[in-house]
Write a protein that binds this ligand. Structure first.
Ligand code: IMP
Ligand code: MG
Length: 213
C-alpha cells in the first residue's frame, strides 16, 4: 500500500494528539473487556482496511495487555470520495478469513461519516449469518444525518444499526492521520488533523503531476 505524507503547513488543527489517541484506544479496549456482550465469547475483530489498520493494531495490543481473547480478520472496503464528500459508492472486496457464521463480529472502523460503509458491511455480515455484530468506530462525525443516531443513544434508529463503541465524536470536517487518508495521502500521521483546503489542492496537484509523468 503506497502512502504519502502531507507537509505540516497543509494540515490544520489537531483533532486528536498521539497521546489522546492512545488513551482513547485503551478506554475502548476496557469497554470491550468489561462489556457483557463479550462474556464467555471470543469475538472476531473485523478490521475495515485500509483506514482502520492502526486502530485495529493498537486496540488488539491493548486487549492483549489486559488479557482479552479475540480473533482478528480483515475486510477491505473503499468508499469512493469526490473530494471530501462521500459518493455513496462503496466497494467491498473479497473476504478471506475465519468463517463468520454463528460468530460475534465486532466491526472495527476508522470513522463513520455518511454511514454508507457501515451499512454495506452490516449487509455483508447479515448474509454470512453472523450470530451478532457490534460496531466499534474510532471516530464518529457529528454530521446532521448522524444526529439521528443520537436520538436513541446510538442504539439504532430506523435503518441505522447500533453503534456500540465510539472513540471520539468530531465535527464534520475532513481529517487525516492515524490511517485516515485523502487519496492515500496522510495515512502515516501519528495524530489526527484537519486537512485544509490548501492541503487538498496540494494533494490534487501531486496526483496530477504523478499521472502526467
Ligand atoms: P462513510 O462510508 O461515509 O461513513 O465513511 C467511511 C469511510 O470513508 C471510512 O472508512 C473512511 O475511509 C472514509 N472517510 C470518511 N470520512 C473521512 C475523513 O474525514 N478522512 C478520511 N477518510 C474518511
Ligand atoms: Mg475506510
Amino acid at each position: 500500500m503506497d502512502s504519502f505524507s502531507i507537509p505540516d503547513e497543509y494540515l490544520g488543527g489537531v483533532v486528536a494528539s498521539a497521546e489522546r489517541i492512545q488513551a482513547t484506544v485503551k478506554r475502548v479496549a476496557k469497554e470491550i473487556f468489561y462489556g457483557k456482550d463479550y462474556l464467555n465469547q471470543t469475538p472476531i475483530l473485523l478490521c475495515l482496511r485500509d483506514g482502520a489498520i492502526p486502530f485495529h493494531r493498537d486496540l488488539t495490543r491493548a486487549l492483549d495487555d489486559i488479557g482479552f481473547s479475540y480473533e482478528s480478520a480483515w475486510l477491505k472496503t473503499h468508499h469512493i470520495y469526490e473530494g471530501t464528500e462521500g459518493s455513496g459508492d462503496v466497494n467491498i472486496f473479497p473476504y478471506e478469513g475465519p468463517d463468520l457464521e454463528g460468530r460475534l463480529v465486532v466491526i472495527v472502523e476508522d470513522i463513520i461519516d455518511t454511514s454508507e460503509t457501515i451499512l454495506r458491511v452490516c449487509d455483508f455480515l447479515d448474509k454470512r449469518n453472523v450470530a451478532h455484530r457490534n460496531i466499534c468506530t474510532f471516530l464518529f462525525k457529528e454530521r446532521p444525518a448522524n444526529i439521528e443516531w443520537r436520538k436513541v443513544g446510538l442504539n439504532g434508529y430506523y435503518h441505522l444499526p447500533e453503534v456500540r463503541h465510539v472513540g471520539l465524536f468530531i465535527e464534520p470536517l475532513f481529517v487525516v492521520g492515524y490511517g485516515l487518508d485523502y487519496n492515500e495521502f496522510g495515512r502515516d500521521g501519528n495524530e489526527i488533523r484537519i486537512l485544509t483546503p490548501e492541503g487538498q489542492a496540494w494533494i490534487e496537484a501531486q496526483i496530477r503531476v504523478g499521472t502526467t509523468q
